[in-house]
Design a protein around this ligand. Structure first.
Ligand code: HAM
Length: 449
């Protein structure tokens, strides 16, 4: 049997319904904050990620899915969405639009060759936002609050926001020097990768997975102690705006993030749910004011975040949040002979177009089997089509809960179901789907005669 690739998932059935609901809530919230949807390619030139995310990051050195296309070009499946969005902003000269900042959101699959474990996949789906063209600390706070509000709206109760700042270029340079001075006498105590990181980018030593418990790393200098005045003041403003938005946060000086493009604000958001695991950050992001210029565009201040939908769904399930997922159908249409089947085919379409959730029989089951199938589908009502009733312009309807049966006129079927199910179907279209003006009584069956 051919199996799915390691670290990938098939999402189907009830779980797929949860995903769709979560995604619909994300779409609705993004609309409220006036973020517009952006779709960028799933693969981009390898160079984009090397320049954007950073040559010395774990993502670029160990985790990308790289390939050479048939034209000999080096391509990479996107490991995250930010670099592609910046490429699009620059390539499409969105910076020239007076309507700044450009506020976009995305939702799509990313690929990272990681060691698969709970909450850590090789194919992951992330939703995220990017605000391109604003340096206002208020936008940092808004992005954090947007993430928190989505999690809360979906029903997660305890959300923990950890924030930190890496400061501006000058502060980062001071910090880099402090790290070099600190690690230099201990270089031999570090793992092989970290010894290379020391040469290339000492900040990356801090997100080493091998040395994570090494006291040396824990006691390393903190970014927050190397900020210049402007960076410190900026961070204070971000915190002020978070207070205004009533977003609770903790300053965690250990957050440096695993991608090179960040400066100033960085943050990680955790869900405090039993069983979720402390390593499973729900969403994360930060400010990246130099990424656009790094990839050939103008210097553009930006901020954003991304969140794994798989992890979010896992947190919702662990917290046993009841989501309004439709797990039943309004009506199951049953039939026995070919004429009844033809009418069921027609009627199913009419009722679906009127707004009802309708299913019917597709595998030739006898009536007994069809009753069982209606139960499996949690049908609220069953319509038992019978040639004799149909000839009299009637249909037998059964309430599948109370088991009460009624024979009603086909002319009032839509109104009957609407009343019983209270679906509030909008203005029922009197016009027949046959496309001909054949009057109120038409159930198209008349045309067959
Ligand atoms: P990231 O921290 O690499 O940041 O990923 C953001 C989120 O994606 C994580 O918090 C997690 O929920 C999810 N995630 C990451 N890796 C995996 C995985 N292997 N399996 C499942 N979920 C995962 C970024 O990607 C940045 N682009 C965020 C950003 C946007 N910064 C600025 N703008």
């Amino acid at each position: 049997m051919i199996q799915k690739p390691k670290g990938c998932n098939d999402i189907y059935g009830r779980e797929a319904k949860i995903w769709k609901y979560v995604e619909s809530m994300i779409d609705a919230t993004m609309e409220k904050y006036n973020y517009t949807y952006i779709r960028t390619p799933i693969f981009e030139s390898t160079e984009l990620f090397h320049r954007g995310i950073g040559e010395s990051t774990d993502i670029v050195t160990k985790e990308t899915y790289d390939f050479v296309d048939r034209g000999g070009r080096n391509m990479t499946l996107r490991p995250e969405g930010t670099a592609g969005v910046c490429r699009s902003y620059v390539e499409n000269k969105m910076y020239g639009d007076p309507n700044q900042p450009v506020k976009v959101y995305y939702n799509g699959t990313m690929y990272r060759y990681e060691r698969p474990q709970s909450g850590r996949d090789r194919e992951l789906t992330q939703f995220g936002v990017e605000v391109l063209g604003s340096d206002d600390p208020m936008s940092d706070a808004e992005v954090i609050s947007l993430a928190v509000n989505i999690y809360k709206m979906l029903g997660l109760k305890e959300i923990k926001v950890n924030i930190n700042t890496l400061g501006d270029k000058e502060s980062r340079e001071m910090y880099r020097k402090a790290l070099i001075d600190y690690f230099k006498p201990h270089i031999n105590e570090l793992c092989e990768d970290c010894q290379t990181r020391f040469e290339k980018n000492p900040l990356r030593i801090l997100d080493c997975k091998v040395d994570a418990d090494n006291e040396l790393l824990k006691n390393a200098p903190k970014t927050i102690d190397y900020l210049n005045v402007a960076s410190r003041e900026r961070f204070e403003k971000v915190k002020d705006y978070l207070d205004i938005l009533q977003i609770k946060y903790e300053v965690n000086p250990n957050i440096v993030r695993g991608l090179d493009y960040y400066n100033h604000t960085v943050f990680e958001i955790e869900a405090k749910v039993e069983g979720f695991g402390s390593n499973n950050v729900l969403g994360a992001g930060g400010r990246y004011n130099h990424l656009c210029s790094e990839i050939g565009g103008p210097e553009t201040p930006c901020i954003g975040f991304a969140s794994g939908i798989g992890r979010l769904v896992m947190a919702l399930e662990l917290e046993k949040v009841e989501l309004p997922i439709v797990e039943d159908i309004d009506l199951f249409l049953m039939y026995v002979n070919e004429d009844e089947k033809k009418y069921a085919t027609y009627l199913a379409q009419e009722l679906r177009m009127a707004g009802f959730i309708v299913d019917t029989e597709y595998t030739g089951r006898a009536l007994k089997g069809q009753f069982k199938q209606a139960d499996r589908l949690n049908a609220k009502y069953i319509a038992i089509l019978n040639s004799e009733d149909l000839d009299n312009n009637e249909i037998k309807i059964k309430n599948n809960k109370t088991k009460e049966e009624e024979i009603i006129s086909l002319d009032v079927l839509i109104y009957y179901l609407d009343e019983k199910l209270n679906t509030g179907v909008e203005d029922i279209d009197e016009e027949c789907s046959c496309g001909e003006d054949c009057g109120d009584d038409c159930h198209c069956r008349h045309h067959d005669n």
